[in-house]
Design a protein around this ligand. Structure first.
Ligand code: ZN
Length: 367
């Protein structure tokens, strides 16, 4: 295993890159731009005002398969909540060290290896987005559009505990239902009212009943609000709920059922409107993805361990566009989204050598 110099990783870890800290996210991105420039990459910068710029680094393109590498520049930590870089024999500690500055760093190191071996890099591009930790609301449009140009995608979120790559992630959507009723005095005009709260109660139970644990579909009504006070029939109520699912079939089942629940009133006179929607579609294992894994196994003479995860990443976006996508190419780490975030030093070297081997096969047009 190669000896690793973590000095450059330290440089980017020490920059606060909270999603809302545009200056910090851009600073992280600009350091990457300098590194990628020295590998012959050109940069398409997607400038943004309120969040960091998205950076699309492009190599030269030739006939053959094209690979997109994907990472994000932002972290979940506001300034002064989790700062600095610390290491011991086994671990590196710091904001984003596994989620996912460390992963971006693995991609960079692997690109450097192939650059020094082949003298140039072609057909491997790298997209770094700036808003993954807040749901990729802006970058998902860019990622989806760019996905069409690629045959494969590798995402550099953290590896599994036994070096697994991720082949499946649940899809997630957030929804809101606003219920309109009619207020009236609960004593004098009880029957004149149209009770939005009671309508909410019916809908809540119907929504939660869509959960199917055998199929790993969950509907959670996480927040409800309604009414004015004890002596008024409630004129307004609203529901905030979340859907998570593992197949497109289940997504469609639940979306249709939600439409029916919203359209049908139990309390005469109440009306309901639905807003929100799917945030990140499911990353569903596919035959093309399995073939990608098989090719890696054949070429690298390994058995790549795989796993599914409940949490979402930008892999969901690319994968749902039909691009064979594997996530989890970053180092192994734990404590992400907490001040105990750390990444295993050993796993950096192991990931870089495997990933650079895969890049090499792609450059040789063998994948
Ligand atoms: Zn994260």
């Amino acid at each position: 295993m190669q000896k690793f110099d973590f000095g450059e990783l330290r440089e980017i870890i020490e920059i606060n890159s909270w999603t809302k800290n545009k200056a910090g996210v851009d600073k992280n991105g600009n350091i990457f731009a300098k590194w990628m420039d020295s590998l012959g990459y050109t940069l398409d910068r997607y400038s943004r005002e309120d969040i960091g710029d998205h950076l699309h680094f492009k190599s030269t393109h030739k006939e053959g398969k094209k690979l997109l590498l994907l990472g994000h520049l932002d972290t979940v930590f506001p300034p002064d909540t989790f700062e600095g870089f610390r290491e011991d024999d086994e671990w590196i500690y710091g904001a984003g060290v596994c989620d996912m500055k460390g992963g971006n760093f693995v991609a960079l190191k692997a690109l450097r290896e192939v650059y020094s071996k082949y003298g140039n890099i072609h057909n491997i591009d790298f997209l770094l987005v700036s808003d993954e930790e807040t749901g990729s609301d802006d970058s998902k449009h860019l990622s989806s559009a760019l996905a069409q140009d690629y045959d494969y995608c590798m995402v550099f979120e953290a590896s599994g505990v036994d070096d697994e790559v991720v082949i499946g992630r649940k899809g997630v959507g957030t929804f809101f239902i606003d219920i309109e009723g009619k207020a009236s005095h609960a004593g004098n005009h009880y029957t004149d009212g149209e009770d939005a709260n009671l309508e909410l109660a019916h809908k809540l139970i119907e929504l939660v009943s869509l959960t199917d644990l055998d199929k790993e579909t969950t509907v959670n009504v996480g927040k409800i609000q309604g009414g004015i006070g004890a002596n008024t029939i409630s004129p307004k109520a609203n529901i905030v709920f979340e859907l998570r699912y593992t197949t497109t079939e289940e997504k469609e089942r639940v979306l249709n059922a939600i439409d029916n629940i919203v359209a049908h009133s139990h309390i005469e006179g109440t009306t309901s409107t639905l807003s929100g929607g799917i945030q990140r579609d499911v990353m569903q294992p596919s035959p093309a993805q399995e073939e990608f894994v098989n090719q890696i196994n054949r070429l690298c003479q390994i058995t790549l361990p795989t796993e599914k995860r409940g949490g979402v990443s930008d892999a969901n976006i690319i994968s749902s566009k039909g691009v064979p996508t594997l996530d989890g190419w970053g180092p192994y780490g734990d404590g992400d989204h907490t001040i105990n975030e750390r990444a295993s030093k050993k796993s950096f070297g192991e990931r870089v050598s495997l990933v650079s081997e895969i890049f090499g096969y792609l450059i040789e047009d063998r994948v």
